[in-house]
Design a protein. Structure first.
Length: 292
């Protein structure tokens, strides 16, 4: 039996016009999406206008438009409610808060990640920082701190420095654990290779009290026993390896010596501790002694 062509046409038309599942979902949520869509478009336009106007009047009109952008973000609910901080160990938290300058409820788009990053990187502990907006309400901060490398004494002042000699702390110095003690001008920026060489030979490192920079040219090692080890200029790692071999074979660093001079490659000069001066007995001293 032949079907009515008009009925077939109506069926085909209904099938063609039936919306997809995505369109049905979009239509049901259109009342919710419309304000947000217009709001984000407004933010984009305001941002573009601010850039254009700033070339003519950066102090007034651009600032006013950016304020409007922040107000619009607030109306949309795009405000900062949470800050995530990653990588902080030694940086004082108050300095981080001050550099970020965030108050809960601040408009998300009134906050500048770039400016915050630049402020964070002025903090002595922070080598690098990254600041990101995470919509709708979070700021994520990741910092890379400088590592405490040594305790530096210069002109009577003590500081914690990193490997490059950057001062990272001048207070509460004992909280960073045992660190090599560097003494003298120039010791802060030149100690890296020597410290590495000493750490490779614990039999020497454990006996060293301080690394003393001499005339900003070479190094002396001051041992806990008071012995000074004079190292050659520019040949410190080789001299430290030589010193370690002498300690293993002869126990050199445990001897009562005033100095060990390694500045000459083909010889070593040992200076013993000065013997105490003898007391010469005089007749008067002897008479006084006999009376007692």
């Amino acid at each position: 039996m032949a079907r009515d062509p008009r009925a077939l046409r109506r069926t085909t038309q209904r099938t063609t016009e039936r919306p997809s599942g995505f369109l049905l979902w979009l239509r049901r949520r259109r009342p919710l999406l419309r304000p947000l869509g217009w709001g984000l478009a407004g933010l984009t336009v305001l941002g573009g206008l601010a850039i254009g106007v700033s070339a003519f009047d950066p102090a007034s009109q651009a600032a006013r438009l950016l304020d409007d952008q922040g107000t619009l973000a607030t109306r949309l609910g795009l405000t900062i409610e949470r800050v995530e901080l990653h990588g902080r160990h030694n940086t004082p938290i108050d300095l981080v808060r001050g550099a970020l300058g965030i108050v809960p409820g601040d408009p998300m788009f009134a906050f500048s990640p770039q400016a915050a990053r630049e402020r964070l990187e002025t903090i002595s502990w922070i080598a690098h920082a990254r600041v990101e907006r995470h919509l709708p309400d979070s700021i994520v901060v990741r910092i890379e701190e400088r590592e405490p490398f040594a305790l530096w004494q210069n002109a009577g002042q003590f500081s914690i420095i990193d490997r490059r000699g950057r001062v990272v702390a001048t207070e509460r110095l004992d909280q960073f654990g045992p660190l090599p003690l560097l003494v003298g001008s120039g010791a802060d920026t030149t100690a890296g290779a020597l410290v590495d060489a000493l750490r490779a030979v614990p039999e020497v490192m454990t006996r060293v009290q301080a690394l003393i920079r001499v005339a900003d040219r070479r190094w002396n090692l001051r041992l806990h026993t008071g012995t000074d080890v004079l190292l050659p200029e520019g040949e410190e790692p080789a001299a430290v390896a030589r010193l370690a071999a002498l300690q293993r074979s002869h126990g050199l660093l445990d001897r009562p010596l005033a100095a060990v001079d390694l500045r000459l490659a083909d010889r070593m000069v040992l200076r013993p501790l000065a013997a105490p001066s003898p007391i010469h007995a005089t007749p008067a001293l002897l008479r006084g002694s006999s009376r007692r």
